[in-house]
Design a protein around this ligand. Sequence first.
Ligand SMILES: Cc1cc2nc3c(=O)[nH]c(=O)nc-3n(C[C@H](O)[C@H](O)[C@H](O)COP(=O)(O)OP(=O)(O)OC[C@H]3O[C@@H](n4cnc5c(N)ncnc54)[C@H](O)[C@@H]3O)c2cc1C
Length: 495
Amino acid sequence: MVRNQHDVVVVGGGVAGCFAAATAAVEGVDVVQLERKSRQKGGFIACGDAMKSPRDPSNYPGPIDMDAIASDEAVLVDSNIDRIEFWDDAVGVRKVLPYEDGSNVVDRYEFGQRLLEQAADLGVEQHYDTVVNEVVQNGRVTGVKAIRDGEPVTYGCDVLIDAAGAQSILQDMVGFESLDTPGDPTFEVPQYTHFGSAYREIIETDEPVEYHDAIVGKPLEELGYIWYFPRTPTEINVGLGFQMNKEPIPLVDRLRRDVETRPEYQKAAVAEKFDGKNKLGSAIALRRPLDSMVAPGYLAAGGAAGTTHPITGKGIRGAAYSGYSAGRAAVEAIEDGDFSEHGLWEHNRWLYREHGEAAKLASWDAYNVAANSIDVNVLRALTALLPEKEIRGIVGTSTEVDDLKSKLFVGAGLARNALSEFRAGTFDTLGVSKSELYDAIRSVGQTRDHVTAYERQYEAYPEDRSGFESWLSDRNRIDRDFYDALDLSTDEQKY
Ligand SMILES: Cc1cc2nc3c(=O)[nH]c(=O)nc-3n(C[C@H](O)[C@H](O)[C@H](O)COP(=O)(O)OP(=O)(O)OC[C@H]3O[C@@H](n4cnc5c(N)ncnc54)[C@H](O)[C@@H]3O)c2cc1C
């Protein structure tokens, strides 16, 4: 058996893995990045390919030069997306939600390839064709075992960064309960119901689509959505995702059924380029970021840490900044020689308190909890009624701060609109009753209050490990209060 010793082992060659590995390597730390795919296939990731502007350095911290990556026209295939469109044909709804600071569609393969190249250029040693199949631990995580090119290899390390994506297999391998922690481990492995299942194809049309400068979402019969994200006016990333706590949807057939109804896709075919990788599916985290992303000798980042938007499922940016944070915290722990939860806590602290976006994701998860508690047809009627400003707040395209005035407007305005839409018969096809809709409107109010409560709680995330239990108990109190407000039984409670 070949044995290697490194300061840091990063598992995963996706966004989180590249940001983590590069951040640690530029600080002179010895980093190896392990990826099960070949070098040539690195970057083939199931994705809708939409991301916040790579040109804005405030979106993507760390040494990876996103501007250089985005300057490559093979990567940034559409930088003209200025809005989300939400279509629900059953109720004749078409909502147009402008982006405050734009979104972009990238070629996910080329983007992934450039990230791997940059990580290597910044000093990361990369081992491809390397499948990690065991975690080594002794009071703390001390490395992994893998099969590399068919040969068993052991990689020892001071810090293991788990960037193996949503439903990371590493989390099934670490015995968190057996690690040396001052109390119960702060790291808790997420349940499968906290994930979604998503699938996408890249198709080509004969004629340009009229929504080439928008990204389009449409509701599914279960909680989830279908998307059309144009890469070019004639090349569209079409896909769908749904939450795993609902009845499974046969993704490929369901997508096909949808595409067949669209006039603009009548002559469309799956694109032949990209080495046949035009049909890809994967799990997606649809939960709040983990309460703690650290364990002795171990850090989680990206999909493995749940830094994905819990409503839209967008996770590229969360993977980037949480990867950066993990790399940074690993370096600090190595400098201090402290690989305990306490020594690695900086990862949690930075993400929740200093950078703050993880706190926002955690608070937005309240909308996911509420949406899960509402029948999908009622939710569609509710979405049809919601003002665009409110939806923008939920899907994260607006950062406008709530004020009392807007709160009152939402409650009263929704009820008024509901009445007139019922009179007009708008919701007849959905079979939704007035009382169901009024209950859902009340839930929106309850949810907004709890979003604010969660945000405050996450902003007060403990500076160090010692404050965790007390913080968690306050956070759990908000959970209970929210579940009570939504009248959720124990089985229906997400956490
Ligand atoms: C269909 C779909 C559409 C999406 N659309 C969007 C979108 O439009 N915009 C957006 O921002 N986000 C989107 N997301 C989410 C986004 O893709 C993820 O949040 C993001 O890729 C997470 O990055 P990551 O680096 O954490 O994990 P991943 O990108 O999943 O990378 C993990 C890497 O680890 C490797 N790996 C896993 N296990 C092992 C092992 N045992 N040994 C070695 N290597 C291993 C994998 O091969 C992979 O390369 C979508 C997700 C899906 C599934």
